[in-house]
Design a protein. Sequence first.
Length: 482
Amino acid sequence: MKKTLLVIIITLVSIATFGNELLQEAGSRAAEVNESIARLNLPWRAGVPGALSEFAAHGIVDLDSIIEKWHGEVELPERMKMDLTKSLFVDQATTRYSQLISALFVYFPYGDVHIPEGSFVQVHTPITNQAFHGTCWAFATVASFESGLLVQKDGLAGEEITEPWKLQHDTYDLSEQFASFHNIDWDIYLESIYDPLQSDVIIQDDSSDAGGNAIFSTYNSVRYGLPLESDFPYSMFDFNPWILWNPVNNNWEENIVKSTKTVQVYYGDELSWLGYPYEFYNGAIKEAMIKFGSLAVSFRVPADFDYYTEGVYIPTSTTITGGHAVTLVGWLDMAGLKAVFPDLIGPEATSITVNDPFSGLTWEATEFWIIKNSWGDWGWNGYYVVPAVSKQLYEFSANNGFGISPWMIEYNAMYVPIFEETYAMEDVDFNGDGVVDEKDFDILVNHMYTESIVHDISIPKDYWVDHEDISRFLLIWNSIID
């Protein structure tokens, strides 16, 4: 008994010692970041993330290993971006990613919703904690999925407020563990995408804790759906290099919720290069968020970001330490920004000066994104605030081919799931003869690339007939035949 007690005491002392070392290292780094912030006169503060205490309690002493896990978003290869652009925006067919692409709907703003001119927060679920796994991509996907259910299924709506935690709803709690388990085998995928003898990319499931990307996890939300968190609880500190398969309910499949498609707001730099105006892109982000729910977004992480505690994040250097996926839940105007950060933003301020170390551009920001993180006790009550991409940087990207700066969420595509209703036969019986057949298909084809309320059967509706409507018709037709 005495030996056991002695071992327990030694263990506790060791953990406390190592824990102090971890927190001291984080404190030292945060102090260096604050010195840079003060030198550059930036509107944010750094500090030791509260979540690190939990890591210390589990005996984790290597701060860099935690940061590596936090930054688990894998950037897509340029080859895939090229294929997606070719498939979605150019009249050239491709067989690559055919199923994946068919699960995406590129969102174009339609001007059919009211966009608040001030601050806005969309309904979403509470802050979560990915802990010691590189699963941010799964957490961002699930958070967007849950917000989508609140908006599209429950009919809840965002509000013109400034504090995001006031619109947290716990109606849905779906499994990040399940989403994380269904990652892809990155080695096989990358080999296939660059193999000239491979006719199509290979997307094969893999449960390794190797980082991920929301384009695949949103696709799996259509294929597999998501079970309840209570059926597949998240394993925070199991220290395995893979994600456990851990159902605790034999009837978990009865609780699966599936999306039917994914709205994608396309890459900001790609749209700028394709000639779409800044207002179009900014409107697409806001409309998609208002209509469908919070968006899964991602960016490349500057080294100082991990120590953010409050204010408007602007990087102090160009050192990148990985990728991260998060959830865009709203935005602030200047009035809202001053209301939530009065100690950092003076009452007379009319804008925030952004000196972007990546592009070298300077602009005056008046609009800022509110973003939900997945690191538990971190930042501004689990959230952070960052400037929206400016018209200046967007147009600079279009004219110079530089691209939007990687620390901004507009650098990558954004995603939110759709939970569509099933069309009845009469919706696609265009000639009204009581059957759905080739004649109806021919009518639809004859209306290709025209505006039409009657023949627009895509989800979501865009009042325009294109390949989305053809795909949807074939899906309905096949279901009727079956």
